[in-house]
Design a protein around this ligand. Structure first.
Ligand code: SF4
Length: 376
């Protein structure tokens, strides 16, 4: 492993609108590169421009805390931070990978977040996060925290092949249990499931049942992408060594030169169907549920999140939905929705059904239709 200390120019990444998967408007990567070295990691893809050999080399943003302190300083900002969870955990480097034992950038970030009373959402694959259970409990008690862990399955043997640098899923689940015992909401990011290996009905049931048994608050699901270039080459070369018999199946579902490395729609529809059946069986929310954000987000973002969740919940059932477009239009508004209560239909994408849902959210903070789909 080669470590390189670098000076970052900025740390907080601002999203153009609320990110409804994580309920965040801001995210950050404290490290670039990741020695967890998951075989499917898309941090390898050229578009992320991670220097060095992915899986071995890590760049440490050595000045991260000083920069973050400036970025969070209300007196220096032109505008205050928008409400929402600040997401710690990035696609190009797990914030709790082994190097964090030495640099403790994650812990120092949490200390700053606690000082600023900011809600925090952690996403990691590492049990090292347990080191910070004290500070996360403090944040949860004052401003709310969510701890999520990602899994491709809960099978320790499979994980040791595809996620060689990560603690086994059984230990990750026990770590989540410790957070639940402190009253901290926890989620499973079941992503990506690995085609023909962890996407089978049996494997997915083991994962979803584990989330149910450990009383996790939600599961977020996604299939795998393989972007042409370093990511796909690395994965396919390793698959050739471990499961060569699966190569023809992969060539069938991953068409060449797809811009985002997506598999075919038919493949994604089939795994979504399995996910839908199993989450219904175990009655686990398929998105972060409203009780974890109603009193955190402002009213427009609350509506955007619910409409985007609705859009997803209908899409995975293969149904058409108008809600994504309406959510996008609302995310661009400058004025609060409650001030437009009588003109909601003037917003692009808002028809009579969406209008009714928005009014219900504005009046009660909830949407009964959404909650029925979320758990159903
Ligand atoms: S833990 Fe996340 S960032 Fe690190 S290699 Fe695995 S998938 Fe990539």
């Amino acid at each position: 492993m080669a470590l390189k200390e670098i000076q970052a120019k900025s740390i907080l990444r601002t999203h153009k609108k609320i990110e409804s998967w994580f309920l965040s408007r801001y995210g950050m990567n404290l490290y670039r590169g990741c020695t967890h070295n998951c075989m499917y990691c898309d941090g390898r893809a050229e578009k992320y421009q991670v220097d060095g050999e992915f899986g071995c080399d890590v760049a440490v943003k050595i000045n991260a805390i000083d920069i973050l302190r400036q970025e969070l300083d209300f007196t220096c900002r032109r505008k205050p931070l928008k409400p929402g969870y600040v997401m710690i955990g990035g696609g190009v480097g797990d914030s709790y990978q082994p190097v964090d034992q030495q640099y403790q950038l994650s812990r120092k970030t949490l200390e700053l977040m606690s000082e600023k009373k900011s809600p925090v959402h952690i996403l990691t694959k590492s049990t090292l996060v347990k080191r910070d259970i004290d500070i996360l409990t403090k944040i949860n008690n004052s401003s709310k925290a969510i701890v999520s862990m990602s899994f491709s399955s809960v099978d320790d043997r499979i994980s040791s092949i595809f996620e060689p640098g990560v603690p086994p899923p059984s230990e990750r689940l026990k770590t989540l249990e410790s957070f639940k015992q402190q009253g901290i909401p926890c989620g499973m990011f079941l992503m990506p499931v690995i085609p023909f290996i962890t996407d089978t009905y049996e494997q997915m049931e083991l994962s979803i049942k584990a989330a149910y048994d450990f009383k996790l608050d939600f599961i977020i699901f996604s299939g795998m992408t393989l972007k042409e270039g370093k990511q796909k080459t690395y994965f396919i070369n390793n698959l050739e060594k471990t499961c060569p018999e699966l190569l023809p199946n992969y060539h069938t579902i991953y068409p060449k030169d797809h811009q985002w490395g997506n598999a075919t729609d038919t493949y994604y529809a089939s795994i979504n169907e399995t996910f839908q059946i199993l989450t219904k069986k175990y009655r686990i929310p398929k998105r972060i549920p409203p009780q974890l954000y109603v009193d955190i987000l402002d009213e427009n973002d609350r509506v955007v999140v619910i409409l985007e969740h609705l859009d997803y919940l209908l899409k995975i059932q293969g149904k058409p939905t108008p809600y994504g477009y309406a959510a996008y239009s609302i995310s661009q508004l400058k004025e609060p929705l409650s001030s437009m209560k009588h003109n909601l239909r003037q917003i692009k994408g808002v028809g009579p059904t969406t209008e009714k849902i928005i009014k219900e959210i504005l009046e009660t903070g909830r949407s009964s239709y959404y909650e029925q789909l979320l758990y159903g």
